[in-house]
Design a protein around this ligand. Sequence first.
Ligand SMILES: [Zn+2]
Length: 520
Amino acid sequence: MRMIKFTIAKELSINPSKSDFNKSLLWLRLAIACCLLLFAQVAICSPISKVDTSLYQIKKHIEILCSPDFYGRSPLTGDDKKAAIYIDSIFTAQKLKPYKTVPTTSYKQPFSIVCTTPKSSIITFLGKTYNFGADFITLGTEQVTFNEISVVFGGTGTPEELDIIDLKGKALLILTNNLRVGALNIQDIAKSKDCALVILVNPTKTQQFEQISRQVNVLQFETTYTIANSKKSVLTRSFSPLADPVPQILISNQLAGAILGENPHTVWHRINRGEETRVLPPSLKLGLQFERQIDTINTQNVIGWIPSSNNSHRSIVVCAHFDHLAPQGQDWYPGADDNASGTTLLIELAKRFAAKTKQGVEFKNNIVFAAFSAEEIGLLGSEHYSKNPLFPIDSTIIVLNFDMVGRVGKQDGIEKTLFISGANRIERFSEIALHVNADTSLYIDYKSMADIASYLLSDHYYFELKGIPAYLLTTGLHQEYHTPFDTPDRISYKGINDIINYAQRLIIHLDSNTNQWLKD
Ligand SMILES: [Zn+2]
């Protein structure tokens, strides 16, 4: 509707002198615009007859996946299960090869998610309580607890200052005028001396603590999600490249003043003038408590595959996430484009390749159809698969990730733009993508998203990190993205069907030209 309103306004800006002719011209244009739009609306929302099976099937998948019964398909509410059963039933009907056969046959690749919700965190010092956010924040992923830990003062944290101090099992307080450098530099010494906690303060920029704590405050109390038993810790601000850094906290100048018994700014200047360094009484201890709620939820990827005809260990991975957002308050999120559209494409592609196999068509590679869960809460399903693949990850010749393919739009007046983005070998892949597109009405755009590729996190990410050619294929973002208005009535079923046809050709081309693709 918006499109039209915009057109009229523009037209009305024509000057009054050539009144009659212009007026009739205006109405003519308006009439044409309305007809065109009506036709388009009719095209998108017109009833799809059962005769046109593929459009009918596409519409059916979208409507079922976006139905209130599926309620956004989020693993946080358990609604992912309904979607998983739905996809599983289709893979079963199509007799795709299952993800596993022992001890029982299943298309499901289950995994658990740890939900960490920090509750409260306090420091107790000399009988007073200091609160997280107001007086201190954590710098990094580690949330440690000390009932009572001795505090030692390390000046500005230079090797000369620290060499003479016993840090074993203690909390080290240092002053730094550059947080990032200070936090990084201190790590090696602290680690080598078995320091248990690093306490940083920047006496030269008193506002800095407030600035950072405002940002972290928002993050810190958010629930974060990681795959169970994965080494990866909760994603917050990390100041240390080390795999297992000494925990670090940043404190306010007020709390530093309480520990030092003097204004840290004065101490800083005295140290820089080369005057004596303050030694804290050995009895000085503080307590640090982190309370957090840990919940575990179980979810699953749904994976089916078509075997190669030559027992190859190579695979082409075609994927799409089927989960979407959990309800918030009164709102729930159908996620028609994000990503019922991609899930639908995946299901229909799997059906077509299963049909080809039944017709005796052979493939040089295994073709894996992976419906990933938990994408919206951290790409967890694809992370889990990339660590537990069906075929050796290094033999994955390509990953095609379809995320939001339901909103074919106009770009620069060109119909049906399919954006492609990815870091590894994008130039070579785009040649193939354009070549395969030779006779379709799709417009393949592998350039526009290049600048924002690193922000477009989706399920190709963890494969990309492993150096595998992994690409996002999407019709792009829109204003209904991650809103309750991402609904089926805005989906172009014909557009999805065109992209399915295109994807089928792309996979067949890559499969029959594997050596060429791998050689280049
Ligand atoms: Zn998505």
